[in-house]
Design a protein around this ligand. Structure first.
Ligand code: ATP
Ligand code: MG
Length: 431
């Protein structure tokens, strides 16, 4: 039997729920169906956080939902859902699911324990059992303001625990994306993963191979563009999941660079989190440029050592890494093209004389390439002097710009010399 938590015993206030979600709930109810707010909306409101979106669970079948709302589209084959549109807001409406054996073939389809299709409908309490984590299986009733808890989700929420419902191993096998979801919620909420849920995760990580690359792309965006990219990255590596998503990057990171651990990806992801905190934009193109740069750079340097020309070396390295990566996580072309531009523009920062720097400034991707250069400089991969020059160049007035591009090379030589003589005087014993 579920625990029903009365209005005065929880912190959800209707005022914090999207008006459109409330509209959907009331309309479904007045059409005679059961309808509840569920998932991230309930979880985040109970934690005093602002929900990313609002999900609705209902007894109405997808076609019935469609007939209640004009502004509604049915999506998904694997998991059929109704999307109700209100301008830019989408309320996701899912029919109660059940774990029962399907009465008709094709409603549920499994392969090696993995669910390929899951459209067996059921009751509210059946629906609660087939959700992923206890904290995601709380239902809010807009009619009487109660929270319905079938799985002790409230207690896990209070104690900060991510706990998979049901038999852990088979629930991960059914849908290996739950491995990523466990990490994502732990990172985002600062929760721990319960030991029983956690213990098979590393062993089951290779199951991600069977998940379509397009679905993994969606999950990667949620993991790294949700404000907790760095924390997610560290946890993914801890559970051996990162290497399933980005094998070449994982391989590159396992080597140290001249005895220094590689910090580029950490810095890039930290930067992503900071930008999001400041309400600045982060594009998937930049994110993937960061995530894949280490293997691209290694390939690039190896080709340079074989005397391949820089532009060609970078292009070849980028092609190699990308074609392999797409077998794991797909990247839409509208993002992979600008991602490659960000890489391909890096050697142009070396050219600081004459008209070239001016032309570069007006390149449509200059800004993204420059942000990327800043990261490389912070990570010690290029001289800080180089990124500082470009920072200064952008701020400079036309007269200053002119003198910078005339003296670029001489100025740099002087700078090098000064630095090396300073080093010598600081470390007299070094010689
Ligand atoms: P957020 O939207 O903040 O990322 P969420 O928990 O709402 O988090 P959604 O992907 O929107 O995540 O899914 C809504 C709900 O659907 C979840 O809370 C969970 O109850 C259920 N759900 C989603 N994906 C799965 C899955 N792979 N297996 C089982 N249940 C799932
Ligand atoms: Mg959600």
């Amino acid at each position: 039997m579920p625990t029903v938590i009365a209005r005065d015993d929880h912190t959800i206030s209707r005022a914090n729920i999207s008006r459109n979600a409330i509209r959907v709930l009331t309309k479904l109810k007045s059409a005679g169906y059961e309808a509840y707010l569920v998932g991230g909306g309930v979880r985040d409101l109970l934690l005093g956080r602002e929900p990313k979106d609002f999900d609705v669970a209902t007894s109405a079948l997808p076609e019935e939902v469609k007939s209640v709302f004009k502004n509604c589209r049915l999506i998904g084959r694997r998991f059929r859902l109704a999307h109700v549109y209100f301008g830019r807001e989408i309320i996701e409406v899912a029919t109660f699911r059940s774990n029962r054996q399907p009465s008709q073939d094709g409603e549920r389809q499994l392969e090696n324990g993995m669910i390929l299709r899951d459209n067996v409908y059921g009751t509210l309490d059946e629906d609660a059992q087939r959700r992923d984590f206890t904290i995601n299986a709380l239902y809010y009733d807009v009619g009487d303001f109660t929270v319905i808890d079938f799985a002790d989700g409230m207690s896990d929420l209070q104690h900060g625990v991510i706990r998979l419902l049901g038999d852990v191993e088979s629930r991960f096998r059914e849908d290996p994306v739950r491995l990523l979801r466990a990490v994502r919620f732990a990172a985002k909420l600062g929760f721990i993963i319960d030991p029983s849920t956690e213990s098979p995760m590393r062993r089951l990580a290779p199951l991600l191979k069977d998940v379509p690359s397009a679905r993994l792309y969606e999950e990667v965006l949620k993991l790294f563009l949700g404000g907790s990219a760095l924390e997610s990255f560290e946890k993914l590596r801890h559970y051996g999941l990162f290497g399933q998503l980005f094998p070449a990057t994982e391989e590159a990171l396992s080597h140290e660079d001249h005895d220094f651990p590689i910090t580029f990806v950490n810095r890039g992801l930290n930067n992503t989190d900071t930008r999001l905190q400041q309400d600045k934009s982060v594009t998937p193109a930049f994110l993937f440029a960061v995530l894949l740069w280490e293997p691209v750079r290694l390939g690039y340097e190896a080709l340079l050592a074989q005397d391949v020309q820089p532009v060609e070396a970078l292009q070849t390295a980028a092609n190699d890494v990308l074609s392999d990566q797409l077998k794991h996580v797909s990247i839409p072309k509208r993002f992979s093209y600008p991602m490659r531009d960000i890489w391909q523009l890096q050697p142009r920062f070396e050219q600081r004389q004459g008209k070239r720097p001016y032309r570069f400034l007006s390149h449509p991707r200059f800004r993204a390439a420059y942000d990327f250069l800043l990261l490389r400089a912070e990570a010690g991969e290029v001289e800080l002097e180089l990124s500082n020059w470009w920072t200064e160049f952008q701020r400079a007035n036309s007269q200053q710009k002119q003198s910078m591009t005339e003296q670029g090379r001489r100025g740099r030589r002087r700078h090098r010399k000064r630095r090396s003589s300073k080093n010598k005087s600081n470390n007299p014993g070094d010689e």
